[in-house]
Design a protein around this ligand. Structure first.
Ligand code: EPS
Length: 411
């Protein structure tokens, strides 16, 4: 999915912390953790319906390498997000073999795999017995490290006037109305509006119903999923490519968003709806518009394509939607499962979790989309420094402005 940038995360949910290693960011990018990364980590912690863990944590990225005197060096960035909750888990998550005298309960083993979670497939695949050996890494806590990497990617994109935002479209059965002023929100102002809502919706009328649905699910000991939309503005035409399957941006974006815990569907632009319509009501008519320099002087009268044609950016806003299933830890509606100790039928395990994390998932999806789009940007305009990339980018914009209508001689 990523061709120029690469990133890795490590860490267990209740281990000491999460590590992120990001390579491929050019030199000369102004980067300050407190300004550029920590606020994104804080955004990920928000959202109505989160569990008590988010009151324990106050995520910050501790930078170990890659920046000197406020600017990136072009070297790998390594960051650690310390888990505050670790101090409550030092026995259960110790890297040392257990003390023979330890109270077995303090090891917090779990033998009742949750349907929908990685618990069962993980213990079978990795030949473990305690599902904690799996669930600690499968946990969506890992997404904090992704958001730290994504925050750096979006800082790079912002240098070139490219902004990433998101909002929630659905929580359970409650669907928000389409924002009628979406166009006004596209200059980086989207998150100001969506972050002001506790469920990150742009529809003030849907908000109370969404909150009510989360309250009802919580009271019932159940969980709720939903859908969100990520929008990227300011992209120039020509990122990605139609020439090879693994260079098409639709696939790169879908893979990146689908890799987020609990995401079960991704759409680009009109997505599944386009399958139900005739072509004449799907494709966006092309018009000339000399003001749209980043689109090469061409516009579209709609954006059903979601900013991509042939896996290549058109210059229109990129629209990526994701569907999140409900979290698989159920407090009361515990589904049938099997006890891994003796094979007997038993209700699935339960432990502290979120009732709904769709608002946070949208922030994580912003991070993944930012990484893919920064990667595609570097693929086209790449260089070792921000200044070199700027020269390449400006040359492209100049070419788009000056490109002639010249006819080719017929050979
Ligand atoms: C999360 C931290 C986790 C969960 C959640 C995401 O903390 P804990 O398990 O200690 O409550 O709140 O992860 C899940 C719901 C899950 O199923 O993995 C976080 O930091 O986002």
């Amino acid at each position: 999915m990523l061709r120029i940038l690469s990133f890795r995360t490590a860490g267990e949910s209740h281990g000491k912390g999460l590590t992120a290693l990001l390579e491929g960011i050019p030199a000369g990018l102004s980067l300050i953790m407190e300004r550029d990364v920590d606020p994104e980590l804080a955004r990920r912690q928000q959202g109505y319906g989160r569990g008590r863990r988010m009151q324990i944590e106050s995520d910050r990225a501790d930078l170990l390498s890659g920046v000197r005197l406020g600017e990136t060096l072009g070297s790998p960035l390594s960051m650690i997000i310390w888990n505050r909750d670790w101090e409550n888990w030092t026995t259960a998550m110790s890297h040392l073999p257990p003390d023979p005298d330890v109270n077995p309960g303090s090891l917090r083993a779990m033998y009742l795999p949750r349907p929908g979670h990685a618990d069962l497939v993980g213990v079978l695949k990795y030949d473990r017995h305690d599902t904690r050996d799996i669930l600690e890494r499968a946990s969506a806590r890992e997404t904090a490290a992704r958001v730290a990497c994504g925050a750096v990617a979006r800082t790079l994109l912002a240098e070139f006037g490219i902004h990433v935002g998101s909002y929630v479209r659905r929580i359970g059965h409650v669907e928000a109305a389409d924002p009628d002023d979406l166009a006004d929100l596209l200059d980086g102002g989207m998150n100001e509006r969506s972050d002001a809502s506790q469920v990150r919706t742009l529809d003030p009328e849907a908000e109370p119903a969404m909150v009510e649905a989360i309250d009802a699910a919580k009271a019932a000991g159940d969980t709720l999923g939903g859908t969100f939309e990520v929008v990227v503005t300011g992209l120039p035409v020509g990122l990605g490519s139609h020439v090879a399957w693994d260079r098409k941006l639709d696939g790169r974006l879908a893979g990146a968003v689908m890799s987020i815990q609990a995401i079960k569907g991704v759409e680009i632009g009109m997505g599944f709806e386009s399958a139900a319509r005739p072509g004449s009501r799907v494709h966006d008519p092309i018009v000339r518009d000399d003001d749209l320099v980043r689109s090469g002087g061409f516009g579209r009268t709609g954006n059903g394509a979601g900013g991509l044609e042939g896996g290549v950016t058109t210059g229109a806003p990129l629209v990526v939607r994701g569907a999140m299933k409900p979290i698989s830890t159920l407090m009361k509606h515990r589904l049938p499962s099997v006890d891994l100790r003796d094979g007997s039928a038993a209700a699935a395990a339960t432990e502290r979790s979120d009732t709904c994390a769709v608002p946070a998932a949208a922030v994580v999806a912003e991070a993944m989309v930012a990484l893919v789009m920064a990667d595609a940007f570097l693929e086209k305009f790449g260089g070792d420094s921000v200044a070199e990339i700027r020269r390449n980018f400006e040359a492209w914009l100049a070419y788009l402005t000056e490109r002639s209508w010249g006819e080719r001689p017929i050979p």
